[in-house]
Write a protein that binds this ligand. Structure first.
Ligand code: EPZ
Length: 420
C-alpha cells in the first residue's frame, strides 16, 4: 500500500502544467465506440479511471493503445457483450457504454453500479432519456437490459436534474438516432461541450452544448478523428487552492479561467487573485497576508463545483473566521471532515452544511483518504500543517489526479510517496 507524506510549511511558487481532464476523457472514450475505426485522443490523462475505461473497451472487443499523451481507441472489434459488474462497480462512468451499445447493436446489457462513497447516484435520468429515444429497459439479475428493436429515434427530453452522466448517455444515443432530439435542462459543464465537440468532429450535428437546451440532429454514421481533451479544471482548481493555502504565488498552465468562474470569484472574495496571463495560463497570487472566510454552495455548472468542495474546506480551515459550505449535489460528501478534524480543524456538520471555524493552526497527523477529492483536500491541509502528515488509501487519489505530488513538489512542497 502506498501513502503520501508531507512536511508542511513551504510556500508554493514557480509554474506547473495541468493534465488532461479525466471527466472529459471518459465520455469521449465511450463516444469513440460510435465510430468504426481508431480515434486518437490527445492530452488524455494517465490516471486509473482512464485505465478502467480502456479495460471496459477491451471487454467489449475494442482495442486501446497509449502513445505518450495520446490514447488510441480502436473500435473495429466492438461487439455486443455484457459490461460486467466487476468493472462497473469500480467506476460508475462505465455506464457510458450503455448508449454506444444500444446505438450500434440495438441491445445493451450493463451491470448496475450500485451505491458509492459520496452518495446513492441513481440512473433514472439516464434510463428515462434512453426510453424516450425508443429503448425498452428492464432490470434483471443486477443488470440494466436495454433493447431498441427498431433502432433509436429522436425525442423531446426534459431532465429532472441537470445530470452530467445522463446528458452524456443521451448525447451518445441521440447522435446516431433517426431524427431530431431536443434535450432540455441538460448539464452545461465544459466536459459536455468537449464531448459535443468530439461528436461534431466525427460528423454529428449537435447544437447548444454548454447551454441547458441541446439540439441533436441524428446522422447515419460517425467517422474516427483525432481530438484534444481539455485540461482538467478540477486539477487546475486544486492547484490554485494549493498555492492559495500556502500564501504562495505561481503560474498554472492549462487553466481556462472561463471554466472556473465560480472559483475565481470565491477566491477573489477570500483575498486570492487569479489573473489570466494567456488564454490558458493563470497566475495565482494572495492579495493579503490573511485569507478571509467565504461561504460556498455547490451547484451544477456554472455554480461552484462539488468536486472542489473538499479542497475549499481545507482552505477555509486556514481563513480567519467562520464560513459555511453547503453541499447540494451529493448527500454524503463530507467524509473528509473527520480526517481534517484529526488535524485540528474545527468543523461541525449540520445536515448538508459544514460550519467551519477557521484560523487555527493545523497539525500533521496520519489520516485516511475516503474518495478522490477528499484525498486532495487532505494533501492541501498537509501543505500547511505543522509537522508531518501521512495520507493512506492514496489509490483514491490515483483514480483522477496524474502525479499530483510531483506537481506540488515542483512548486516547492515537501511531499513524497512511500510504500507502506
Ligand atoms: C459527474 O458525475 C462527475 N463524474 C462527478 O465527479 C461530479 O461530482 C458530478 O458529475 C457532478 O458534477 C464524471 O464526470 C465521471 P450527475 P455524475 O449525474 O455524472 C443526481 C469526481 O470526483 N442524479 O451530474 O454521476 C445525482 O444523485 C466525480 O471526479 C439523479 O437523481 O453526476 C446527483 O445528486 C465524483 N438521477 C446529481 O444528480 C440520475 O439519473 C448530479 O449527478 C443521475 C443523477
Amino acid at each position: 500500500m502506498e501513502r503520501i507524506i508531507i512536511k508542511g510549511g513551504k510556500k508554493l511558487s514557480g509554474s506547473v502544467r495541468v493534465s488532461g481532464s479525466k471527466n472529459a476523457a471518459l465520455p469521449v472514450i465511450a463516444a469513440s465506440l460510435l465510430a468504426d475505426g481508431a480515434c486518437r485522443l490527445e492530452n488524455a490523462p494517465k490516471v486509473k479511471d482512464i485505465q478502467t475505461m480502456c479495460q471496459m473497451v477491451g471487454v467489449l472487443g475494442g482495442r486501446t493503445k497509449r502513445e505518450t499523451d495520446v490514447l488510441v481507441i480502436d473500435s473495429s472489434g466492438f461487439s455486443c457483450r455484457p459490461a460486467p459488474y466487476d468493472l462497473v462497480r469500480t467506476m460508475r462512468a462505465s455506464v457510458y457504454v450503455l448508449a454506444p451499445l444500444l446505438s450500434r447493436f440495438r441491445k445493451a446489457k450493463v451491470a448496475l453500479p450500485g451505491g458509492c462513497a459520496i452518495g446513492l447516484r441513481p440512473l433514472d435520468q439516464h434510463l428515462k432519456g434512453l426510453e424516450a429515444l425508443g429503448a425498452k429497459v428492464k432490470m434483471e439479475h443486477g443488470y440494466i437490459q436495454a433493447e431498441a428493436a427498431q433502432g433509436l429515434h429522436g425525442a423531446e427530453i426534459y431532465l429532472d436534474v441537470a445530470s452530467v452522466g445522463a446528458t452524456v448517455n443521451i448525447l451518445l444515443a441521440a447522435a446516431l438516432a433517426k431524427g431530431r432530439t431536443v434535450l432540455d435542462h441538460a448539464a452545461c459543464e465544459p466536459e459536455i461541450v468537449n464531448l459535443a465537440g468530439f461528436l461534431n468532429a466525427m460528423g454529428a450535428r449537435i447544437q447548444g452544448a454548454g447551454t441547458s437546451r441541446v439540439l441533436i440532429e441524428g446522422v447515419k454514421r460517425l467517422a474516427p478523428v483525432t481530438y484534444q481533451i481539455i485540461p482538467d479544471r478540477i486539477e487546475a482548481g486544486t492547484l490554485a487552492i494549493a498555492v492559495a493555502i500556502t500564501q504562495g504565488e505561481a503560474l498554472i498552465e492549462g487553466f481556462f479561467l472561463t471554466h472556473l468562474a465560480a472559483l475565481e470569484r470565491k477566491l477573489s472574495a477570500a483575498g486570492v487573485e487569479l489573473r489570466s496571463e494567456s488564454e490558458s495560463a493563470v497566475r495565482v497570487k494572495c492579495k493579503n497576508d490573511e485569507l478571509l472566510p467565504i461561504d460556498i454552495v455547490t451547484l451544477p455548472y456554472p455554480g461552484f463545483p462539488t468536486d472542489l468542495q473538499a479542497q475549499w474546506m481545507a482552505l477555509m480551515c486556514r481563513a480567519s473566521g467562520r464560513s459555511v459550505i453547503t453541499e447540494s449535489i451529493w448527500e454524503n460528501r463530507f467524509m473528509h471532515v473527520a480526517e481534517l478534524k484529526r488535524m485540528g480543524a474545527n468543523i461541525r456538520i449540520e445536515g448538508n452544511n459544514a460550519l467551519i471555524r477557521g484560523g487555527r493552526a493545523l497539525s500533521g497527523a496520519p489520516v485516511m483518504a475516503s474518495d478522490l477529492r477528499a484525498s486532495a483536500a487532505l494533501i492541501l491541509a498537509g501543505l500547511v500543517a505543522e509537522g508531518e502528515t501521512s495520507i493512506s488509501r492514496i489509490y483514491h487519489l490515483d483514480r483522477g489526479y496524474e502525479k499530483l505530488e510531483d506537481k506540488l513538489a515542483a512548486l516547492g512542497a515537501e511531499i513524497r510517496r512511500e510504500t507502506e
